[in-house]
Design a protein around this ligand. Sequence first.
Ligand code: MG
Length: 392
Amino acid sequence: MTLDDRIASIDVFSVTIPQDDAYLGGLGPGESINSAGYFVRRGNRTIYPAAMRSAVVRVTLDSGAEGWGETYGLVAPEAIHALVSDIITPIITGRSPFDVQAIWEDLYDLMRVRGYTGGFWLDAMAAGDIALWDLMGKLTGLPLHQLLGGKHRDRIPAYVSGLPRPTIPEKVDLARSFIDKGYNAVKIAASVSYDGVEREIAALREGLGPDVAIMLDCHWIYTPAEAVALLQRLAPYNLYFMEAPCKTEDVAGLADIAAHATVPIAAGEEWRTVYDARSRLEARAVSIVQTEMGHSGITQFMRIAHLAQAHHAKVIPHATIGAGIFAAASLQASATVLNLPYHEFQHSIFPHSAKLMSGRLECAEGYFALPEGPGLGITPNDGFWDNARKLG
Ligand code: MG
């Protein structure tokens, strides 16, 4: 393993993540699992697999050194394999992982004229990008946060995301149990708020007291006018932020909401690139950017974070269903972003992902630990291999 090591091959795996609680809670009224193993959440009209899973890539160098990356593999993980094996591998074989940012630009340019500036193509690129950064760390012996210019913190504040319980009292009890363990921020999703958002937020404020940050994820379900009206009704409960209130396509609508809101507007989990961030930041549509490492990769995560900083916006990274690899990358990158008050904590997913990785991947008492060691600071363990299936 030398600094001259070159990319030799890339493999893609579909990994199932064991879980206790269904993501966002159990099936809601009228929801059922179809013949391909998917169901559609009626609240946000979004497809989810019955079993949580992720798409993982392994980049191997001539020396045999391995770097790990990951993206969304919830639906059609074979699409990620097709893009990696058919387009990415032949283009980047023989190149150095230290060319990671040049490689990102080269790959992005390949498909622009066809309109592939997002979606599965950028997801596949994100997975490869994370693996190349991991390899740079392994070749140099440096942790990723050091390669990215240095950390501002040794641990990352975590907010508790989702209260997957059927009734409001049970949701308040679940939130209370996290507050008692040292967390100080919780988020609920309007799309699974079957008793009404206002009743839920009111009960949480009543049950948790004035000092806990309460966040609302709207999953893009409102019109701008509805979102502004809802914010006015929620004013007594002092939200920390309102997330994704209107459709992602409606940048002007989001800017309208932000102009009328007296709480910060957050968005960004579905963005892939700094170009997605730029239009929203320039429109003053968001003051909190929620970049998802599994979609952005490290290169774009950092470019979005730097653009957010230039607009005096905060970064509160999104966290989702993964095997622990993009989670580690997100924590490493988050340590280096100055204005980053929280990182999302998917309590129904993250502890299970952590069991698939060797290395320190922990969240306790309100904070994520920063993984230690070269690169991402984690590597797949036997638990990962028990749940992994090589694609292709
Ligand atoms: Mg969200």
